[in-house]
Structures are given as structure tokens and as C-alpha cells.
Design a protein around this ligand. Structure first.
Ligand code: AFP
Length: 345
């Protein structure tokens, strides 16, 4: 971290100070972000009592409804949609949980922003107390398009056009990490539950240029091509250079794996499983997972690649497009690109 000043300021103060630095700001973006934070607080509260549902029932009464925990991702999706749709700054939304674009109902005012989100990423980890998260990326609607219905081609923009991106991690504490890009830095805010406020705890996060951690699901080794195998062999210290082995860390919850590597340095990989017909482009989704985290890591001095070039430059063709992802410390991701593109063997 370069600077420690401003530790403890509220997220509202932080957002307002960023707004003051932009002479053209109207307050629309601030309103949008504030509503997003309220949605995340509601989700955080529900996630924190997930283990109690079997004991108390969803209302706190002795009334067991087993399904409730399993439905937390649906609950999170509803909270996001219901809180964000009336705010007046969005023209549409897209969620990992919904096959199509989510249009803003005509009874609500509309704005020019578009938000992509994964309401509860890593949700298969809920019942084993592993950290999960909400990921978001925000874009502007292209100028000159003002029909009521927002069209898919307006929404499918490269990640480099995001105006803000970040995530909430629901773990040992709830933390929001976000950036508005353009050198504004990546900042982390920890939720102080007793006062209900996010306070700045991680100002100007910078990822080390090279890490000591590699994160990948090695159970899929049989599906990888030789390039991916050689790359992972490198991180194990098995290639001809015989470098020192990295440490392996993988919990299967992208936000948790990414957040750890962002703070400590390292690389997260979800490659194309070329021999698995179900995952020829990997599992992760470009718009709701890869692009937002790519913006965060780039602003923090790291890099995100699909193995051949920057994730942020990929021209999306589909709402739920999947992409291989190599993300983290810059030198580690560049090395991954060298292997995957065949420049290094
Ligand atoms: P779930 O939301 O189904 O738990 O998926 C989580 C996720 O999209 C991402 O958070 C993980 O990094 C990745 O899947 C783990 O996938 P594998 O289980 O295939 O390693």
C-alpha cells in the first residue's frame, strides 16, 4: 500500500470525495453506488445467519424450512434487482442468474448506467462457511441510443469501458473492494456491523508484481492441454528451469481466491478445459466475473488475460459468454500468457 491516510473514513465520504474531483459529476453515480452498498448489506446480513436457518427457520421462529439456505443465491439476486431497479440511474441490468437482460420497469425513472452482477458467487460454498461474494461491473449506455428497450448490442461492451467495478466479500468480515479506474486506486472498506457502515481499511491496494501463490482446480488435469500442464508445472518448479515451487491455494470461490491473491500476490487460473466438451472456454463468465475483477486487478497494478491477450479488450458476443481466466500479479500472468500462447514451452 502506498498511502495509509484516510483509513477509517466512511465509504460515503470516500465516494463523495471522488465525486468532488470530477467537475462534471451530477451525483447520479454516487446514488447508484450507495444503493448497491445497501443491497450488499442486506445480502451480508442474510449470509451471516445462513447456519442458523436450520435451527431457527428464516423468520427466527422455530419453523424449519430446509430449502432456505440453498436459495440464498436467488434471494441475493432478488435483493439486487429490487433495490437497484428503482434508483433512477440505470437503464438495464444483467445478472449471472438471469438468462436475459433485465429491463427497468417503465414505472421507474431511468438513467444511462448499466450494471452487470453476480449476486452470490461461490454459492456452493455457503453451507461450509467459505467466503462468498457479490461481483459487479458498471458501464454507461452508448450515447445516441434512447429507445425504451435497451438492446443487447448496447450492453455488450468490452471490459475496458467499465466506469467502475468491484466486489463484496462475505467472509470473516464483510469487505467491499472497488475502483473507478483512471488512477483513482483500488480501495477496500470493511463493514463495521455495530454501526452499519463500511469504513476504509485498505486504501490504494497494490498487488505485488510477482507472487508466491498459484490457484487452480488441479482435479481437471486430465482435461488440460499440454500448454496448461506445462504452465502449472512451472509453478510447481517442475520445468527445466527448476525454479522454486509456488504455494497452492484454491477454495473454489472466485472472490475469496481473488481477494487473497490481490492482497498477497499470486495468480488465479481457470483455463479452457479443452478435453471437456462442457467447458471448452472454462467456466467463468466474461461479463459478470472476469471483466469486473480484471478492472480491479489492472488498477491495482496487476493483469488479467484470457491466455492470449487482455481480458479487458475482449469484444463480447454473448451475455453469458465464458472465458479462460488468468488473473493476478502482472509478471505471473504474463508468464501464463507466454505458455498458453505457445511462446514458451
Ligand atoms: P458456484 O457459484 O457454483 O459455487 O461456482 C463458483 C465459481 O463460479 C467460482 O466462484 C469458482 O472460482 C469456480 O466456480 C470454481 O469452479 P470449480 O469447482 O470447477 O473449480
Amino acid at each position: 500500500m502506498k498511502k495509509r491516510e484516510g483509513v477509517g473514513i466512511t465509504i460515503t465520504e470516500h465516494i463523495l470525495s471522488e465525486q468532488r474531483e470530477n467537475p462534471h459529476a451530477t451525483g447520479a453515480f454516487t446514488t447508484l453506488l450507495n444503493e448497491l452498498i445497501v443491497a450488499a448489506k442486506v445480502i451480508s446480513r442474510e449470509v451471516n445467519k445462513a447456519g442458523l436457518v436450520d435451527i431457527l427457520g428464516p423468520t427466527g421462529k422455530v419453523n424449519v424450512q430446509d430449502e432456505r439456505v440453498q436459495k440464498l443465491d436467488i434471494f441475493a439476486n432478488q435483493v439486487m434487482i429490487e433495490r437497484m431497479q428503482h434508483v433512477g440511474q440505470l437503464c438495464c441490468m444483467a445478472s449471472e442468474e438471469d438468462p436475459d437482460l433485465i429491463q427497468i420497469p417503465s414505472k421507474f425513472p431511468r438513467g444511462d448506467y448499466i450494471i452487470f452482477f453476480d449476486p452470490l458467487d461461490g454459492s456452493s460454498n455457503i453451507d461450509v462457511n467459505i467466503s462468498i461474494g457479490t461481483i459487479f461491473g458498471i458501464y454507461r449506455r452508448p450515447e445516441g441510443r434512447s429507445t425504451e428497450e435497451v438492446l443487447l448490442d448496447e450492453v455488450l461492451q468490452p471490459g475496458s469501458r467499465q466506469v467502475a467495478a468491484g466486489y463484496f466479500i462475505y467472509g470473516s468480515s464483510t469487505i467491499m473492494v472497488y475502483t473507478t479506474g483512471k488512477g483513482s486506486g483500488v480501495h477496500g472498506f470493511t463493514l463495521f456491523p455495530s454501526i452499519g457502515e463500511f469504513l476504509r481499511s485498505h486504501p490504494y491496494i497494490k498487488i505485488p508484481p510477482r507472487g508466491k501463490i498459484y490457484s487452480i482446480n488441479e482435479g481437471y488435469y486430465a482435461y488440460w492441454d499440454d500448454k496448461t500442464r506445462a504452465l502449472v508445472g512451472h509453478f510447481k518448479g517442475l520445468d527445466k528451469e527448476g525454479g522454486k515451487a509456488y504455494t497452492a491455494r484454491y477454495v473454489g470461490s472466485l472472490v475469496a481466491d481473488f481477494h487473497r491473491n490481490l492482497l498477497k500476490g499470486g495468480i488465479f487460473m481457470y483455463p479452457a478445459d479443452l478435453k471437456d466438451p462442457k467447458k471448452p472456454h472454462g467456466k467463468l463468465r466474461l461479463m459478470v466475473e472476469a471483466n469486473p475483477l480484471a478492472m480491479v486487478v489492472s488498477e491495482a497494478g496487476g493483469y488479467a488475460s484470457d491466455g492470449h491477450g487482455p481480458i479487458l479488450d475482449v469484444d463480447p458476443q454473448q451475455l453469458h459468454q465464458r472465458t479462460p481466466l488468468f488473473i493476478g500479479s502482472k509478471e505471473d500472468v504474463e508468464l501464463a500468457e507466454d505458455y498458453i500462447s505457445g511462446r514458451r514451452k
